[in-house]
Design a protein around this ligand. Structure first.
Ligand code: HDE
Length: 705
């Protein structure tokens, strides 16, 4: 008898929604307990090839051996040319209200109606095996399996892009990818070709500001915004269009790592963001994002100082507020990385009635590129039949044949026909509901190869971004430019780039130049003084500390009662508390109370936690003081701006970690020193809520502020 299928028993995969039920038909439940070949022939030995005599040559006739090796030889497919490294999850989206006034998209009509989704987060530059915490843009691509067909919102975690016209994408990607001779650096833009391109291409300046900011090193995919980037178009049932920009906002707040931490994390856990997403979903702490839209009436197309079709520009939220329209929850991990996360195929041209394009030249080029790249990556034209890509809406086409055809299609495959009763019929000839009708935009013009004059301002919004940053965000941007340009070997490229920065802000250009040993360029007197507070991460923290990871450093002699009291309060607030000690097992308090150890200190690092708790207990603190890994843990936590709570003697560890005297008990700097959990807990929770304290003494590089 066939064993119970362990696959269907995995948590969350229980016919959860329509997509999950559809996937069930493709889940390979073993039908027999015996190993077979692809042809279903039972096999009793998969460890020894057929050979002529015990020590003789292997025989070609061994079809099982040949099939096994041949299949293995063909297991890899080309990785994505960009966004190769990614992590995916299923979930659902539901609108808060009907958007019928603006769009006839079926999935946006009814408050609370759930539409299944699959989301893939990614880095851009590095190959599939590169580290997660590199400085890079993150992809945020969502496939909505709507009743009217698949809608893909293929966005990023920055609201702008490097270039204005898709024809420049191959140039840009060749410049940012590893250098052609030595294939270095992996997962990094700190090299000559990238900065050579950008320094010659001022339209990239706004995007560079985002890339050099902490937005490029997100703490978690769960704490990162997403943007559709382009201006799209909603179309309502009457055919009226409204310009729309899409925003995803994480309910856990928008938080980042700091650069030193990101670099350490890349070694300590190259899967840092992937693991975080996976574990959060496995533990039931499902990430949520709110979808927001900025809506602009068609008649206001030219009401802005920039062109709505220019993807290097945002619409400042103070000018057009973001209206929340629904929420998305990611609650199911894939079961097979390759089948789902790797084979998922997003395409900007996968739209549904009610959502349409604009003439943004970057978007127009993308509408060609995604299908084209998938034909090579997924080996032919039938990839929409792969389980993860399959729409929930019925599919009925005249397409035939091709590699990997999964469907037996009876009947003819041409239109018009009479022999098949005219099927499939055009919707136009009968039921008109759910038909995609292209927006009736009038278009006229000479054939020209030019960039519109309205796309020519490359600096104002880079300045807007700079002006909107807090002091520590500015300092981090300066340090990032210094780091990246410091890796550039060409003096000419460095100088040209610093020259461009002078058009963003004199302070920025001057500070970067100083770090590179270059003279400060002449500031540009025309630099505007605009700012948009909505851009600063200072203003994007969430309430609460759900899923924040707290490390507790313990040893024999630790005040166990204090740890348990703090654990109770932190866990109640939704944080995850882990006790770390030199070895796994347990430690004993002075009163011989037992504290279970969750992780051995040598296997962990401060960069894997959001915050640190150091309980008192004379003997325990002495043990930790004698352990360089523990002192380093404290030192890094402080330097990376993380909240720290210490009890009693625990303060000695702060001193050993060279925490300045004036901060030893400074809740306003996120360092809380108190003897009891009652005194410490509330202040510690509010500190964790603030995420980081980047203005601590010694943290802001004076040359960079
Ligand atoms: Fe993409 N992009 N892109 N891109 N992009 C791809 O499609 C392209 C751009 C984005 O998780 C490729 O299937 C062009 C902007 C994401 O599978 C490719 C241009 C934005 C993903 C491609 C852009 C994105 C991709 C590579 C310039 C944010 C990963 C593999 C006009 C709004 C999707 C693939 C996933 C992937 C082309 C610019 C987001 C080559 C030509 C702007 C999130 O087709």
């Amino acid at each position: 008898m066939a064993p119970e299928n362990p696959i269907s028993k995995r948590r969350g995969h229980d016919g959860h929604d329509d997509k999950d039920r559809q996937l069930d038909d493709f889940r390979a439940a073993p039908e027999s307990d015996a190993l077979t070949t692809d042809q279903g022939v039972r096999v009793d030995d998969t460890d020894n090839a057929l050979r002529a005599g015990e020590r003789g040559p292997t025989l070609l006739e061994d079809f099982h051996n040949r099939e096994k090796i041949t299949h293995f030889d063909h297991e890899r497919i080309p990785e994505r040319v960009v966004h190769a490294r990614g992590s995916g999850a299923y979930g659902h989206f539901e609108p808060y209200e009907s958007l019928a006034e603006y769009t006839c998209a079926d999935f946006l009509q009814e408050p609370g109606r759930q539409t299944p989704v699959f989301v893939r987060f990614s880095t851009v530059q590095g190959p599939r095996g590169s580290a997660d915490t590199v400085r890079d843009v993150r992809g945020f691509a969502t496939k909505f399996y709507t009743r009217q067909g698949n809608y893909d919102l293929v966005g990023n975690n920055f609201p702008v892009f490097f270039i204005q016209d898709a024809i420049k994408f191959p140039d840009f990607v060749h410049a940012v990818k590893m250098e052609p001779d030595n294939e270095m650096p992996t997962g990094a833009s700190a090299h000559d070709t990238f900065w050579d391109f950008c320094s010659l291409q001022p339209e990239s300046t706004h995007m560079l500001m985002w890339l050099m900011s902490d937005r490029a090193i997100p703490r978690s995919f769960r704490m990162m915004q997403g943007f559709g980037v382009h201006t799209f178009r909603f179309v309502n049932a009457q055919g009226r269009g409204t310009f729309v920009k899409f925003h995803w906002k994480p309910l856990l707040g928008v938080n980042s790592l700091v650069w030193d931490e990101a670099q350490i994390a890349a070694g300590r856990d190259p899967d840092f963001n992937r693991r975080d997403l996976w574990e959060a979903i496995e533990s039931g702490s499902c990430p949520e994002y709110e979808l927001g839209v900025q809506l602009v009436a068609e008649e206001d197309e030219h009401a802005f100082a920039f062109d709505l079709l220019d993807a290097t520009k945002i619409i400042p939220e103070e000018q057009v507020p973001v209206r929340p329209i629904g929420r998305m929850v990611l609650d199911r991990n894939p079961q097979n990385f390759f089948a789902e996360t790797e084979q998922v195929a997003f395409h900007t041209a996968n739209v549904v009635p009610g959502i349409d394009f604009t003439n943004d030249p970057l978007l127009q080029g993308r509408n060609f590129s995604y299908l084209d790249t998938q034909l090579i990556r997924l080996g032919g034209p039938n990839f929409a039949q792969l389980p993860v890509n399959r729409p929930l809406a019925d599919v009925y086409t005249n397409h035939r044949d091709g590699y990997g055809q999964q469907v037996i299609q009876p009947g003819d495959s041409y239109f018009p026909n009479s022999l098949s009763g005219g099927c499939p019929a055009h919707a136009g000839s009968g039921d008109l509901s759910g038909v995609f009708r292209h927006y009736q935009e009038s278009v006229a013009g000479e054939k020209v190869r030019v960039r519109s004059e309205s796309f020519k301002d490359h600096y104002s919004q880079a300045t807007l971004f700079w002006n909107s940053m807090s002091d520590w965000e500015k300092a981090h941007i300066v340090e990032a430019f210094r780091f990246e340009l410091g890796k550039v070997t060409s003096d000419e490229v460095r100088e040209r780039m610093v020259g461009n920065l002078a058009h963003v802000h004199g302070d920025l250009a001057g500070a970067v130049a100083a770090g590179l040993g270059l003279p400060a360029p002449q500031p540009d007197p025309t630099v505007p003084s605009l700012s948009s507070p909505a851009l600063s991460q200072e203003n994007l923290s969430a309430e609460g500390i759900r899923t924040r990871k707290v490390a507790v450093l313990a040893a024999d002699g630790t005040d166990v009662a204090y740890v348990e009291a703090m654990r109770a309060k932190l866990t109640e607030a939704g944080a995850l508390v882990e006790v770390l000690a030199a070895a796994e097992g347990s430690v004993h308090g002075e009163d011989s109370a037992v504290l279970e150890v969750d992780r051995a200190l040598p296997t962990m690092a401060s960069v894997l936690y959001d915050t640190l708790l150091v309980p008192g207990g004379k003997q325990a603190v002495q043990t930790l003081l004698d352990d360089p890994a523990a002192v380093r843990f404290v030192e890094e936590s402080y330097r990376h701006g993380k909240p720290i709570a210490v009890q009693g003697d625990g303060e000695r560890l702060l001193v050993a970690a060279r925490v300045p005297g004036e901060v030893l008990n400074a809740p306003e700097q996120g360092v809380i020193s108190a003897d009891s959990a009652d005194e410490a807990a509330d202040a510690f929770v509010s500190a964790i809520e603030r995420h980081r304290f980047m203005r601590r003494p010694g943290l802001l590089n004076p040359g960079a502020v």
